[in-house]
Design a protein around this ligand. Structure first.
Ligand SMILES: Nc1ncnc2c1ncn2[C@@H]1O[C@H](COP(=O)(O)OP(=O)(O)OP(=O)(O)O)[C@@H](O)[C@H]1O
Length: 382
């Protein structure tokens, strides 16, 4: 029950405030470079790491350059923590050096004539107007945190690739940017260094409240570093979501290849899907059947595909495909066999199975997949 005293407290008028702008990045932009157009709508919230994945020429770098203020947008708006950085219709354009945005490109772009300390201090002095002495002290703190205290006096040419990458990250983070943009930050590193630096990057980004947009070609980077994945193809976002969801239900062939799945588009009728590219697949009868004529995607893990040298006996509710082996490639601890069947399919088999089957390009082979190993989902987002 409410006493009169409590009512008086609750009834105290609160000052009117305007709507609180969303924190983090909100971008809805069109960018034209030559004949190519990037058109995306994107948000990144504080503390979130979003990875942008896409094939060569998809527009990933163009997107990052626009957000950094290094390329003008044609139309739309870029808003960071409620501050409008770009809005050509309103005549707003905040130049790159006045944006609270940290940028790390794959070739680091460290100043070759400056020590690691002065490279990091440069970022602080440029953005924060920090005095030289103070900037160097702060830079030493960052280098220490990144395990580089002993390398502060070295120039970039005296650092390994991994160390230089950490200096670049320290330089970008030191001025406390409100958005961090990373363009293929691990691409220039050799395989061994890459996994160390990836682990360091994962720890650093997880501990940072700064929203991060990271461009990569490498699905492993995305799976390890990202809270959310955005797939860019031909300048458009074709899929976005948590990494596990994107991996489980790819919406394009590019994504399916990226996460190592077979993917087919087709039309469902009961428990049979007629594929757009030719062929049919039996889908699980017990799953809720898509309505007749529904456009669906069917995903199959290559490890769920069993191979036989001869036609397997009929009977069980399996899909049976036949065709010659097209290619054989090592894939992790298995061998990926691509078969020119209808539809074409990839199977991942062990080296022992490969030896048993005596497969080579051109060998005829039968592939079976249980209906229960097919994942079926609507081709359009619900
Ligand atoms: N300054 C420019 N003038 C004309 N076209 C450009 C310019 N910059 C980029 N492009 C074109 O825009 C498209 C997207 O390029 P962008 O570098 O953004 O792709 P990307 O996804 O980063 O590719 P990659 O993975 O190969 O680095 C490409 O077709 C490229 O040729």
């Amino acid at each position: 029950m409410t006493t009169p005293d409590q009512t008086a407290v609750v009834a105290e008028p609160t000052p009117a405030t305007g709507p609180v702008p969303p924190a983090g990045l909100v971008a809805d932009i069109v960018v034209d470079v030559g004949a190519f157009t990037v058109q995306v709508s994107l948000t990144v919230t504080p503390g979130e790491v979003t990875c942008v994945l896409g094939p060569n020429g998809a527009g990933k770098t163009t997107l990052l350059r626009a957000l950094a203020g290094l390329a003008p947008i044609t139309s739309g708006r870029i808003v960071l923590d409620g501050d409008v950085l770009d809005d050509p219709a309103a005549g707003v354009f905040r130049p790159a050096h006045h944006r609270p945005v940290g940028v790390v490109f794959q070739d680091y772009l460290l100043f070759p004539h400056l020590s690691a300390r002065d490279n990091v201090a440069f970022g602080l002095r440029a953005r924060e107007r920090t005095g030289r002495r103070r900037a160097r002290q702060l830079a030493d703190g960052w280098l220490d945190r990144f395990g580089l205290a002993d390398h502060a006096d070295r120039r970039p040419g005296q650092l390994s690739g991994g160390q230089a990458q950490r200096v670049a990250l320290a330089r970008a983070l030191a001025p406390a940017p409100r958005l961090l943009l990373l363009d293929e930050p691990l691409a220039a590193l050799d395989v061994a260094t890459r996994s160390d630096v990836r682990a360091h990057l994962a720890r650093t980004l997880a501990a940072s409240p700064t929203p991060v947009l990271l461009v990569t070609h490498d699905p492993l980077d995305a799976m390890i570093l990202a809270d959310r994945i955005v797939i860019l193809e031909a300048g458009r976002i074709v899929q976005e979501g948590p990494a596990a969801e994107v991996a489980r239900r790819p919406r394009t062939r590019y994504v399916a290849r990226l996460v190592g799945l077979n993917l087919y588009a087709g039309t469902a009728n009961g428990d049979l899907v007629t594929l757009d590219g030719g062929g049919q697949l039996h889908i699980p009868a017990d799953s809720p059947p898509p309505g007749p004529g529904t456009a669906v995607l069917v995903a199959i893990r290559p490890t769920a595909v069993a191979l036989y040298p001869d036609q397997p006996p009929q009977g069980s509710p399996r899909n049976v495909l036949a065709g010659p082996v097209e290619t054989l490639e090592p894939f992790g601890d298995r061998v990926r066999v691509s078969i020119a069947s209808e539809p074409p399919i990839h199977a991942d088999i062990t080296a022992a199975a490969l030896a048993d089957l005596r497969l080579a390009p051109g060998t005829p082979v039968w592939a079976t997949i249980k209906a229960t190993d097919l994942t079926v989902y609507p081709a359009q987002d619900a």
